[in-house]
Write a protein of this length. Structure first.
Length: 406
């Protein structure tokens, strides 16, 4: 099976063409990278520019592969994403749990009111219990008085989803699965132990930061905030009167880990607006460091305020994994560890055959997570079509395809 993988971000759009063998081993056959335009923090801001960027990335990957691809797995980012845990009770009357009982649980979810202008993206079964006996994995055939099924329902603003899907259809690509970015990030950089013991993944992208907590192999919480690495670069550019590109270079070069002995060292910073000259001004490293530290502190505060209190308790989250391009910023890992009082490491994509060296860093965890999601789905891990659950959304997608192709 050959599929396309599409990671649509604020800074870049990445496309992988992947072959998944019968034994579920993936191999990357083509890679395309293109600067992102018309997308900001996961939201489509210019339909035409976004479509052009998506097509350019796909064309680069297909050129490397030598052929076209029919269907794609795509990520979705939006600060409107919400994660809600619910419990559904089923009376058993001392009878055995049947397949019909399980199906009824999923049908109940489809009939729920998710809130005004909300669309269901994922319904993830997180737990089963029978008569308060928790940690039941496969309840079918077990007897009891009551079955309780726990679900994590992931929803987002309907208009944001509609605009995103319309952009995909106008880009003339067939989408098989859409996965929220936090989910894909975790699947892409966590190992089996991480997924089971309780790990929170913080993916710091250019335009937004996504949060995902996995516990006992289930996604139990997800959220996105509209602050990312680009905000740090913007602060540097404004604070030091330089260009965004120079600010990005200074951010990567120095980060937030300036030694005490270096605080009073001077660095040359090109002035903004002087394209025809090389006029610079000198600033202390400490000044640059303070700008970066201030924004990182804000990002960490926002993560803590957005994250469920239960998630940050140690009985659910044992460690934190930072991923995303901006996670490589010097000092970010130590600052995060000190802030949350937990062990923190940098998460890189799991090894996949054909993954090039320049696409093996934390900035490509989402792509690898989308591959893993597709493998899990093909392997029957998800109950039926456990991606976009609402058939209304797919009917809209189908209508836009007809408008675009016929």
């Amino acid at each position: 099976m050959r599929i396309g993988i599409l990671d649509i971000g604020t800074d870049k759009i990445s496309c992988f063409i992947v072959n998944i063998s019968k034994d579920k081993e993936p191999e990357i056959l083509g890679i395309g990278l293109h600067q992102s335009s018309g997308v900001s923090s996961g939201i489509i801001t210019d339909m035409e520019l976004a479509c052009n960027s998506i097509r350019a990335s796909i064309q680069s990957a297909e050129k490397m592969f030598g052929s076209t691809v029919e269907e794609f797995v795509v990520n979705f980012s939006s600060s409107t994403i919400q994660s809600q845990i619910i419990n559904l009770n089923t009376s058993l009357d001392n009878n055995e749990v049947t397949n019909e009982d399980i199906r009824n649980n999923y049908k109940q979810i489809d009939s729920l009111n998710y809130g005004e202008n909300r669309q269901l993206l994922h319904k993830i079964r997180t737990s089963y219990s029978i008569d308060r006996n928790i940690n039941v994995e496969k309840p079918i055939g077990m007897k009891g008085k009551e079955l309780v099924a726990g679900f994590n329902l992931i929803t987002a603003d309907n208009n944001s989803i509609n605009n995103f899907i319309k952009c995909l259809s106008l880009s003339k690509i067939r989408v098989s699965d859409i996965v929220i970015t936090p989910y894909a990030s975790g699947l892409g950089c966590l190992n089996k132990d991480d997924l089971y013991i309780g790990t929170t993944v913080i993916d710091i992208g250019a335009g937004c930061t996504s949060i995902a907590t996995f516990y006992k192999n289930k996604l139990v919480y997800a959220n996105i905030i509209n602050i990312g690495g680009f905000n740090i670069s913007s602060d540097i550019a404004r604070g030091l009167s330089t260009s965004i590109s120079t600010a990005e270079r200074l951010k990567i070069l120095h980060g937030s880990s300036v030694n005490v002995d270096e605080e009073n060292d001077l660095i040359d910073v090109p002035l903004t607006g002087n394209n025809e000259t090389t006029e610079t001004h000198k600033v202390y490293k400490k000044e640059l460091n303070n700008i970066i530290l201030s924004r990182i502190q804000e990002i960490l505060e926002s993560i803590r305020s957005k994250t469920s209190k239960l998630v940050l308790e140690r009985n659910i989250t044992s460690n934190i994994v930072l991923t995303g391009k901006s996670s490589e910023l010097k000092g970010f890992k130590n600052l995060t560890s000190d802030f949350f009082g937990m062990k923190v490491r940098i998460g890189k994509p799991t090894k996949i055959k054909g993954l090039a060296e320049n696409t093996s860093g934390p900035g490509f965890s989402v792509c690898c997570g989308l591959i893993k999601y597709k493998i899990l789905k093909e392997d029957g891990y998800f109950y039926k079509n456990n991606l976009i659950e609402n058939s209304v959304l797919w009917r809209k997608f189908g209508s836009w395809i007809k408008e675009s192709f016929f």
